[in-house]
Each structure stands twice: as C-alpha cells, then as structure tokens.
Design a protein around this ligand. Sequence first.
Ligand SMILES: Nc1ncnc2c1ncn2[C@@H]1O[C@H](COP(=O)(O)OP(=O)(O)OP(=O)(O)O)[C@@H](O)[C@H]1O
Length: 248
Amino acid sequence: MQNKPLVEVKKLQKNYGDTEVLKEIDGTVMPGQVICVIGPSGSGKSTFLRCLNMLEKPTAGQVLFEGKDTSKFSEEELTTLRERMGMVFQSFNLFPNLTVLDNLKLAPIRVKKMSDKEAEDKALSLLKRVGLEEKANVYPSSLSGGQAQRVAIARALAMDPEMLLFDEPTSALDPEMVGEVLAVMKELAEDGMTMVVVTHEMGFAREVANEVWFMADGYILEKNKPNEMFEHPQNPRTKDFISKIINS
Ligand SMILES: Nc1ncnc2c1ncn2[C@@H]1O[C@H](COP(=O)(O)OP(=O)(O)OP(=O)(O)O)[C@@H](O)[C@H]1O
C-alpha cells in the first residue's frame, strides 16, 4: 500500500434542513484499503458515502481526494471525481433499452472517447471478469438481480476508477444471489481495488475489510480491524449492535 491517503474526511457534517444526519465524521482511506461501513438503519451510512463523491454536498467539513478539497471542485472536476470514484448502488441502474454490452460501452465511448472496437473489447473483458460473457447481447430485463448487479460493477470498472463506493450492493437481492455479487467484490479487493462498502453483510466485512467503521447517530463511533470489531467491540453501541446481529 502507498503511504498517501486517497481520501481524507475532515469534520464532515451534513444537515437536511434541521436534521443533522452527519455530525462530525473523520476518516482516511488509503490506496488498496477495503473499508466496510456498518451500523443501524438511518445512521447516515448512505449519506456519508454520497458525500465522498459529492453526490451530496457537505454542510461543513471537507472531503479531500488525493489531497485536493473536493468542495472547491468545478462541475467538470466533479464529473471526473465521480468517474474516478465509481459507485455501485443497491438498485442496479442499468439502462433498460440498451443491451448489457452497450450499457458497458456507453461511458468509455462518450467519456473516454474510445473507439467502438476498443470499448467493445474492454466491455467483453470486464464481462469475463464478472463471469457474464454469455450475457453480452441480452437486455437487463432478462438478467437475475445478481447478474444485473455484476453488470453494474463491470460498468463502474469500465471507467478505470481509482476506487469504488458500494451502497448496500446486495440489499435488493434474493438471498441466493448475494454470494455471487460478494464473490466478485472479494476478487476486486484481492486485486487491490480501493473500496468503501456500506453493507449489512457482516461475513463479508469480517472476511474482506481491512477496517470496519461503525456508524450510529451521524457519528463514526468506532473504527477497528474486523476481528477486533466483531470479537472485542469497544463502544457500548457497537457491542449492542453486533450482539443483536449475531443473535438475530
Ligand atoms: N435527501 C434527504 N432529505 C432529507 N433527509 C434525508 C435525505 N437523505 C437521507 N435523509 C435522512 O438522513 C438519515 C440518514 O439516512 P441514510 O440513508 O444516510 O442512512 P443509512 O444509515 O444509510 O440507512 P439505511 O441502512 O436504512 O440505508 C435518515 O433519517 C434519512 O431519513
């Protein structure tokens, strides 16, 4: 791992009207790190993730990407930021009127100005990477949820991102499809992709994360290595959350 942080979050706050959703968040993401953000529903996890790539504008505080204050970015720089910090959502957001291949080719052609052939080669190699080469010419409606999410991951990878943000990527899936998506994410992690993953999949957090951040009431109350977090949580709120999950 390199020494310079990819992302630094400093005293990040986010309010919606009078509601303080993020109260004072600090954190550092190093290149190659996998960070899983866990915590109760409504604690601000998705909002935090969306502040990282400026889909939500922080009310106060800073998010630095490669040392640069993203709050000062122009629209053009923000677009580049979101390409370099790809995001995978709970709902796959594929274009229904385009084949899987065309979903993957779209951004490389439009944004990276690749030729059709280059974009196609890239798309096919990414489909291979997520185990879906045979689905290149079908439409998203014929994919299972697990397959659609794997295509969504491939689409995020098509922009050669520096890091990926995952917002509960398996929450909308039938249970039998969760494993195939987590397996792709695990492979990405093993290949060195920097990832911040909001998840309820504690097995994944335990096995794949370098660090787990526990969020509650708009604060990160505890950051720890997965084994420590799950076996010796320090904060009483973390203890309570983890004991409920383990006993549920
Ligand atoms: N655009 C918005 N406008 C107003 N309130 C919002 C908005 N987005 C989120 N909130 C509120 O912020 C709080 C935190 O929401 P957020 O989705 O970040 O939590 P979460 O931890 O990701 O929850 P979950 O695990 O259920 O997805 C919630 O009370 C939510 O209602």
